[in-house]
Design a binder for this molecule. Structure first.
Ligand code: HAM
Length: 425
């Protein structure tokens, strides 16, 4: 045997059948909740022109500066595995002129994203997001509804989490605030950590993300953007909060919440869970009214969120999966080659009519086949031996109550149909 190439890349992992049940239940629930709120699914490529992300997310952000999987393809074009999907959704919206005819467009997506981040609990280099975007409205009620959608989904999965909100201003009010922030930061530069010193000039808002203990006294005294909003932004923020209150949604105002992507204006929010450890953000989102224009499109306001599916699954109890695990309705145990062919024939017919059947290609003794049927949690076992073949009558055994009786093939099918009907009720 040669060298075994049996390792994923660092930060990547396989999701195995035994854990996939929880993923499917979350994805299925998300689709149902999104449908209630009028979101339609969109699937965009996982690979896009690098420029799309650099321009949307911002060249000075950690994502673009340090974390993207970027390479030149065979056409010598710089391409990137998507680190997030908002830029792609807005690109698809513009490319397919979905704005034609006006109105509001609501889209959702589920899929893998790629960021070359430091490995940590709850942090992967290929991770999965469930996200939603609304394009074509700057109404504050749309912001509140977006948050409500995320919270209802989490609630329906039995997750308790906290909502943090902030407003990060707009192209009118932010530049003045940024000047003020930089001035304040310059006063304390020597006392700040290396990251903060760098960010003070390049991407000053990111200073609020700093976790270094010695920086905290200075950061706490910095001016907050929410206290420097223009009239329109202040009014938008206040209306959005009223909408949340009307919907009975509790929130915490988090003036340090600035998010790690440059496209945000006005509303920024996160939903966090204390049970996740240091990577506690389950959901991140906000408004990005200028993004369409940055990508060369018309002015189209937009907003959205993305939820980290890997992190959500960490919070789901194991037993959530039980209803989702595959199990055969009928396990066909056979003895000898003619019986094997008969088992395949019966299974083929039943599968075509919608029944889940299983037989073992490696079948050994009857005992070992019954052991496998139990392991797979099969509901019934059909026994096909020489005798049964000759009489064209088969023994069926219920593994639930150990009852055993004889059936013809047409009786078998009617029985399985009746069982399936019983389950559907
Ligand atoms: P984000 O805050 O970068 O926002 O990511 C959203 C969520 O994705 C995070 O709260 C977290 O749960 C999950 N996540 C991010 N990075 C990782 C990772 N390395 N491993 C595991 N989970 C991770 C965005 O991506 C924006 N596109 C959200 C948005 C949509 N804003 C407007 N529309």
């Amino acid at each position: 045997m040669g060298e075994l190439l049996a390792n994923t890349l660092p930060g990547m992992r396989d999701l195995l059948p035994e854990e996939i049940a929880r993923w499917q239940s979350a994805e299925d629930r998300a689709r149902r909740i999104f449908a209630r709120y009028g979101f339609l699914e969109i699937r965009t490529p996982v690979i896009e022109a690098t420029e799309l992300f650099a321009r949307s997310i911002g060249a000075e952000t950690d994502i673009v500066g340090k974390e993207m999987y970027t390479f030149r393809d065979q056409s010598d074009r710089s391409v990137t595995l998507r680190p997030e999907a908002t830029a792609s959704v807005v690109r698809a919206y513009l490319q397919n002129t979905m704005y034609r005819g006006g109105g509001v467009t609501k889209l959702y997506y589920i899929g893998p994203m790629f960021r070359h981040e430091k490995k940590q609990k709850g942090r992967w280099r290929q991770f999965y997001q469930i996200g939603a975007e609304t394009l074509g409205t700057d109404h504050p009620a749309a912001d509140a509804e977006m948050i409500e959608t995320a919270l209802r989904f989490l609630e329906s999965m039995g997750i308790k989490a906290e909502l943090l909100i902030n407003s990060v201003g707009c192209a009118d009010c932010r530049p003045q605030y940024m000047d003020l922030l930089r001035q304040e930061l310059r006063k304390h530069l020597p006392a700040l950590c290396e990251d903060c010193r760098r960010r003070a000039e390049t991407n000053s808002l990111r200073v609020f993300d700093c976790k270094v203990e010695s920086c905290q006294p200075y950061i706490q005294k910095l001016p907050f953007i929410a206290d420097h909003l223009c009239g329109d932004c202040a009014e938008h923020f206040s209306s959005m909060k009223s909408c949340l209150q009307e919907a009975g949604i509790a929130y915490e105002f988090a003036p340090r919440l600035v998010r790690g992507l440059d496209y945000y204006v006005r509303t920024a929010f996160e939903i966090v869970s204390g049970e996740l450890g240091s990577q506690n953000a389950l959901v991140g989102g906000g408004r990005y009214d200028g993004l369409s224009e940055v990508l060369g499109g018309p002015r189209v306001p937009g907003l959205g969120f993305a939820l980290g599916l890997d992190r959500l699954v960490m919070l789901l109890p194991e037993d959530q999966s039980s209803g989702w695990q595959w199990k055969p309705e009928l396990f066909l145990a056979y003895m000898g080659e003619p019986a094997f062919r008969k088992a395949q024939d019966i299974a083929r017919g039943l599968r075509q009519r919608g029944h889940a059947c299983y037989y073992d290609f490696l079948a050994g003794s009857l005992k070992s086949q019954l052991r496998l049927a139990n392991k797979l949690r099969a509901e019934h076992v059909l026994i096909i031996g020489k005798d049964e073949l000759e009489r064209d009558r088969y023994s069926i055994k219920s593994l639930k109550d150990s009852r055993q009786w004889e059936v013809t093939l047409s009786e078998l099918e009617s029985y399985l149909q009746a069982q399936a009907k019983g389950r559907a009720v």
